[in-house]
Design a protein around this ligand. Structure first.
Ligand SMILES: [Zn+2]
Length: 257
């Protein structure tokens, strides 16, 4: 096997870790947004309750004015009653007074209804305020929690980047370039295990003589790539060639290192 391959595998492990961390880090802005979204619905509920309150107040004012107007009209008619000369006119005036008083009573009823509804609205405003306060507190806790997690992930990410720099050191430039080129095209993966006559990257067959070349100790010049997917092939077999379960134990250690 080419001597750079174990180093490339180390690099690939680090790179996979970096990619996983990067995609985790990318979820944080959305998590913050989702937390804040809880606030905006609580804010909207409060705004609509306050609006209903303002509208109720306006309506109440309007009926207050109506009551005053009808009251004033009834008073005027009553004042005129002393000056009336005919029975007819007096009757008509009484009729006007009765009408004005009925209208006044109607406006008063309406005013009362609005006042009662206003109490409900005031309740709604108070509840919405309490809900918003609660939401603000829980979102603040949630935000802090997310930020703490984010900071920890970022630290892990920075450490992995340092690890990557170290992993790069023993790798010759031409191999770095090859690795980068292939990894870029294959979503961060440049190497594939050849096992049981198969490329584990794509599942296609690897010719037996290539497998042979991969496991030969004498081969330390060439890099073999899968004809189908183009990944750099490696085999773990030469490490412990004579044990039956060598493959599985090494596959496991390769995936954790
Ligand atoms: Zn392949």
């Amino acid at each position: 096997m080419h001597p750079a391959i174990p180093r490339l595998l180390d690099l690939q492990t680090v790179d996979h870790h970096i990619a996983a961390l990067r995609s985790e880090l990318d979820t944080f802005p959305k998590r913050i947004q989702e937390a804040d979204l809880k606030l905006s619905s609580a804010r909207a509920a409060l705004a609509s309750a306050k609006e209903a309150h303002v509208n109720g107040q306006k309506e109440r004012k309007k009926f207050e004015l109506d009551v005053d107007q009808w009251k004033e009209r009834a008073r005027k008619y009553r004042d005129q009653s002393g000056a009336v000369k005919t029975n007819e006119a007096y009757k008509a005036l009484l009729h006007e007074i009765a009408n004005a008083e009925a209208e006044m009573a109607k406006a008063e009823d309406r005013q009362l209804e609005i006042m009662m509804a206003g109490e409900d609205v005031e309740h709604r405003v108070k509840n919405s305020e309490a809900n918003l306060k609660q939401a603000e507190q829980s979102v603040a806790v949630e935000r802090k929690d997310i930020q703490t997690q984010h900071a920890a992930k970022k630290k892990e990410f920075d450490a992995a980047m340092v690890e990557r720099e170290k992993a790069l050191v023993p790798i010759p430039d031409d191999m770095r370039l090859l690795y980068d080129r292939i990894a870029k095209r294959h979503n961060g993966t440049a190497l594939a295990l050849a096992r049981d006559g198969q490329c584990r990257g794509c599942g296609m067959r690897v010719l037996p003589h290539i497998i042979q070349l991969l496991v030969q100790d004498s081969n330390d010049e060439e890099v073999y790539r899968c004809e189908s997917c183009g990944l750099i092939l490696y085999s773990l077999e030469p490490v412990v060639p004579h044990t039956l379960d060598a493959d599985t134990s090494h596959a496991a250690s390769a995936s954790t290192t």
